[in-house]
Design a protein around this ligand. Sequence first.
Ligand code: AMP
Length: 380
Amino acid sequence: MTFSDLGLSAPLLKAIHDLQYEKPYPVQEQAIPALLKRRDLLGISKTGSGKTAAYALPILELLQQKRATKDRHIRTLVMVPTRELAVQVEETFSMLSKHLPVKIKSMAVYGGVSINPQMINLHNTDVLIATPGRLLDLVSNKAVHLSETEILVLDEADKILELGFKDEMEKVFSLLPIKRQNILFSATLSNDTNDIQQHLLHDPVTVEIVEAENNIELITQLAYHVTPERKGPLLRYLIKNENMEQVLVFTSAVRTADNLTGKLIKNGVQAASLHGHLSQTARLETLQRFKAGKLRVLVASDLASRGIDIQQLPVVINYELPRSPKDYIHRIGRTGRADAPGKAISLICPEDQHHFGIIQKKMGKKVETLESDDIDLHGV
Ligand code: AMP
């Protein structure tokens, strides 16, 4: 199956070619034809599966077919849980729309930054990618109108709900026209997502991509027993000696992330931290530097890592283990994505051993664990 088999027009195929996507991912194979037929869709799949292009491509195709509406009347609304995801989704829309004859303007809006520039820039926007709170602020300022929206996407619906945005979402639904196409993507289904599904989707096509297990099979997992005081040096040793070009290091506490970053820099390793205590601008800037390959090590706390999409990250290191096995899988899923194999390394102190045992049991996979006592860490 190729992208041209899916019924997409030449300008979109050209953009796909520019992005070097060779063939459609399963979620794209299944979702694109259905969405082009204006069907509603329930997609059960997570970040990393290619879900963004799975809805962005057919949406861009459909938006070519009709004239734009009045200014500030959004034609497609994509609701997302976080600012990072908003930015990523917008990037996908702009990259894919590059060669279209009828220009499509996409824009991301989110809280935590000043609203004024967003209000000004919203002119002539066709595709709006928004977090729920900021969207409602913009609506009440009359900066956007949703009464002519043709397509609604809820991306990572489970996370939008987890973050407590149910009321905001429902308020948004009430502002949309009744006749529209609805697309809902969620990594998991729950009673809450079920409510939204029932309410929103009419005779949907369901696409389910079970990725977690496949992903784990793609990842080489390894652990080192280490004493707490040798952890920092061991991390630096691994980064330097294994010539890791780019690595994502996880900590559970913000303070550890900052301390660790400071020590890495002091020892000549280019690093930056990413966590919720930083300003939005600083977070975006760091993420962009890392994505552009200008930063060797990104030290992230769990919250900041949600929805981070970095292409083909070769190595992930758990400097500290996450509390839940689910988060462990989520973290190591940052590597070994799509067709690229990856490596996940965990540093295990004596007090972590029991917890690491539980993680392995829940994951159903034993992780090879090496001793690090014999590694000479002087001067790293
Ligand atoms: P997503 O699940 O939308 O966050 O996408 C995960 C990553 O896969 C993104 O970096 C995309 O650029 C990339 N991607 C999406 N579709 C394809 C494809 N068909 N071939 C190769 N890479 C893709």
